[in-house]
Each structure stands twice: as structure tokens, then as C-alpha cells.
Design a protein. Structure first.
Length: 159
């Protein structure tokens, strides 16, 4: 956009605030619109998942415990964002935190509708006809939810 090659772009934090500082205007805010969007993915081979169930559950536990820490201490969260993004502008770090961490799901179930939409957009007919459930497994998160692990971290919530 700075070079004039595009009139608009989808920009994720912290680049949105940086763009605003450069004089660009926000047209719409997809986070505020609450449009279902899969912004992250974790992938593994099905066979490996079956053979390493305990490791997968431990991964999810660590991820969710870290999210709980980030939500409990915004200053810590901003320092973590700064470390890994190599940014030190306090305003950018605050905006990055504000537009990301509070919106990260505490029950990270895959939203079936996101998979359905992605498959429908495929150029491949076989993908458009595929069963969405073949592309995700919410069983690990469900086990943690059913065990009370997620409630202990984030409180009781509806799915």
C-alpha cells in the first residue's frame, strides 16, 4: 500500500496500528465483526496423533496454560509479543495485545463452518465434496474440556 500497488489490504496486528501511524485508514474490522475465521492451525499426521495422544494433550495443556497467563497479565503478554516480534513500540505492543490475546478462544474447538467454507472455495471438485470432519479432530480439546481442565483455567463457559 505504501508503494501504491494496492488500495486496501487485510492487515493483522501489530501491522494495523503501524499502517494507521503511516496515515492509512481502517475500513472494516473483521475481529469486531466476529466473522468466523481460522487464523491458526496445528497439523499432524493422523497416525502420529494416535500413537502420541499424551503428547498431543500435553501440547494443548501447555498452549492453554500460556494463554491463561497472557490473559491474566497484559504486561507480560505485551513483553512476550515484543520479544518474538522484535518490536519495542509500547503503543504497538498494547494494540497487538488488545487485538489478539482477548480474542483467542479459550475452548479452541475447530469451527466446522470454517472448514465447510474453505472446502467450498477449493478449485478441486473432490475437496468441495469432501466431508469436513475428515480434516479436524476436536476430541483432544473436548477431553480437556470434559475433564475440567479448561474450566480450571478460564472458568465455565458454553461451547
Amino acid at each position: 500500500m505504501q508503494q501504491g500497488l494496492a488500495d486496501a489490504a487485510i492487515i493483522s496486528p501489530p501491522n494495523g496500528l503501524i499502517a494507521q501511524k503511516l496515515g492509512f485508514k481502517e475500513l472494516i474490522n473483521l475481529i469486531e465483526m466476529k466473522i468466523p475465521f481460522g487464523y491458526g492451525a496445528i497439523a499432524a499426521r493422523e497416525g502420529w496423533l494416535r500413537q502420541n495422544r499424551a503428547e498431543v494433550l500435553n501440547f494443548f495443556k501447555a498452549y492453554l496454560e500460556a494463554l491463561a497467563m497472557l490473559r491474566q497479565d497484559a504486561g507480560f503478554g505485551q513483553r512476550v509479543i515484543g520479544k518474538f516480534s522484535r518490536l519495542n513500540d509500547r503503543e504497538v505492543l498494547q494494540e497487538s495485545y488488545r487485538t489478539s490475546v482477548p480474542h483467542m478462544p479459550t475452548r479452541p474447538y475447530v469451527n466446522r463452518e470454517i472448514i465447510v467454507r474453505a472446502l467450498k472455495m477449493s478449485k478441486r471438485e473432490t475437496a468441495r465434496r469432501a466431508e469436513p470432519e475428515k480434516f479436524y479432530d476436536n476430541g483432544y480439546v473436548k477431553d480437556l474440556d470434559d475433564s475440567g481442565f479448561l474450566s480450571a483455567l478460564f472458568g465455565r463457559q458454553e461451547r
